[in-house]
Design a protein around this ligand. Structure first.
Ligand code: S3P
Length: 450
């Protein structure tokens, strides 16, 4: 798990129109949380539409290691028999979370208030990412952690046998950190309060309420104040995982830049904490419409229709929107390269600590394909070349980052020359059917260097 095997070089050739329906997989954030909350409930949770990507499969394996029964019933269909809040058993071996920052951070949170010890590792990307953002708050509950220099994995967490509840202001906009603290708070007595200054994806709050926890959210001058009452008995649920807007972003954006395209991406969740990219694309002049807008499980859902949009223009992306589209900046920069004028992205420091340094990875790959990019600590600017004017012809390094690999393959679909990535293997972490889905629409992807 802690690596995906030999690199898979891939090339995307300029292609004709993308046409048809793109049924993207289940939401990665909700898939992780479904398994974890299922494992923390008493009884049987049923999940439909689970994303069966490597990241989520690692979380399923981890839940087994902590004592839950996790069974794969059929495509996307899973059953979890939980051990209840505070019921985690000590794993016999190291927990390998692969590439998944969400997996490892949320699971560290869950076990931090249980009197057990667990050791976590992951692939080279995950081992380079900061864990201090989680180990700092879990220390307040009474947990100790011992990791490598810079708070990096491998790391052992010694959970607090006698946890105390905490009040914690999350210092960076991070749903993973917020969620880790809330999950730790589940097994602490009394009320745990988490404050976030910028709203981030709220799946943990919504799902905890759905599983029967007492949780309130209040918008105050301090920020979003989330109060969780500890030691509830979580009730098992039947969950239908919505399709992932972060995966939908790829066929949507590819359709906007490939001449003649018209693609329908059905059943996409438009939770406002996730949908910032679609607003941004519309602000840039994209022909992107929401069809059949409806509500499902309390969340807005629509079928997205994206048509070739040769007249898109660069904009200054509102920094306040960053958290709601944090995973979508790589593919946005590909659209920006095909628009006219500059697209300015500020307030995006968090991009530097994702699966890769996403500003650096995109900037160097775009430059290698003839696009001008300037960047600084927490900003970057892409100078658009206009529709169909990106030269292409370069190879980008994916740095074990699925979204970097998929973004450059989309760039190649609309460039003047093929675009290659050194390794498309990481795509399997979040979007295992990317290749057949995109080629089914008309993309020309091959597993080889140009
Ligand atoms: C996620 C939160 C985000 C996002 C990640 C999924 C989650 O990370 O980038 O892909 O499911 O909570 P941060 O919390 O680090 O911003």
């Amino acid at each position: 798990m802690s690596g995906h095997g030999p690199a898979i070089p891939m090339t995307s050739r300029p292609c004709g129109p993308l046409k048809g329906e793109a049924h993207v997989p289940g939401d990665k954030s909700i898939s992780h949380r479904s398994l974890i909350l299922g494992a923390l409930s008493v009884g049987e949770t049923r999940i439909e539409g689970l994303l069966e990507g490597d990241d989520v499969l690692a979380t399923a394996e981890a839940m087994r290691a902590f004592g839950a029964e996790v069974e794969h019933l059929g495509p996307g269909e899973w059953r979890v028999n939980g051990v209840g809040v505070g019921g985690f058993a000590e794993p016999e071996d190291v927990i390998d979370c692969g590439n998944a920052g969400t997996g490892v951070r949320l699971i560290m949170g869950c076990m931090a208030t249980t009197g057990i010890t667990a050791t976590f590792t992951g692939d080279a990307s995950l081992r380079s990412r900061p864990m201090g953002r989680v180990t700092d708050p879990i220390a307040l509950f009474g947990a100790a952690s011992y990791g490598r220099d810079g708070g990096r994995l491998p790391m052992s967490v010694v959970g607090a046998a006698d946890p105390v509840p905490v009040r914690y202001t999350v210092p960076m906009p991070s749903a993973q950190v917020k969620s880790a603290v809330l999950l730790a708070g589940l097994n602490a007595p009394g009320q745990t309060v988490v404050i976030e200054q910028e709203a981030t994806r709220d799946h943990t709050e919504r799902m905890l309420a759905g599983f029967g926890a007492e949780i309130t959210v209040e918008d105050t001058d301090e920020g979003r104040v989330i109060t969780l009452t500890g030691q509830p008995e979580l009730k098992p649920q039947d969950i239908v995982v919505p399709r992932d807007p972060s995966s939908a972003a790829f066929p949507v954006c590819a359709a906007l830049i490939v001449p003649g395209s018209d693609v329908l991406v059905p059943n996409i969740g438009l939770n406002p904490t996730r949908a910032g990219l679609f607003d941004t694309l519309r602000d840039m002049g994209a022909n992107l419409t929401y069809e059949n807008l409806r509500e499902e499980g309390g969340e807005p859902v629509a079928d997205l229709r994206a048509r070739y949009s040769p007249d898109m223009h660069g904009i200054e992306v509102p920094p306040a929107r960053a958290a709601s589209m944090i995973d979508e900046y790589p593919i946005l920069s590909v659209v920006a390269a095909n628009a006219t004028g500059q697209t300015v992205m500020r307030g995006v420091k968090e991009l530097r600590v994702k699966e890769s340094d996403r500003i650096e990875a995109m900037a160097s790959g775009l430059r290698a394909n003839g696009v001008n990019v300037e960047d600084g600590d927490d900003w970057w600017i892409v100078t658009g070349m206009g529709a169909g004017k990106v030269p292409g012809g370069g190879t980008a390094v994916s740095h074990l980052d699925h979204r970097i690999a998929m973004s450059f393959l989309c760039l190649g679909m609309a460039a003047q020359n093929p675009v290659s990535v050194d390794d498309g293997g990481p795509i399997a972490t979040s979007f295992p059917i990317f290749e057949p889905l995109m080629t089914g629409l008309g993309a020309q992807l091959v597993r080889a260097n140009r």
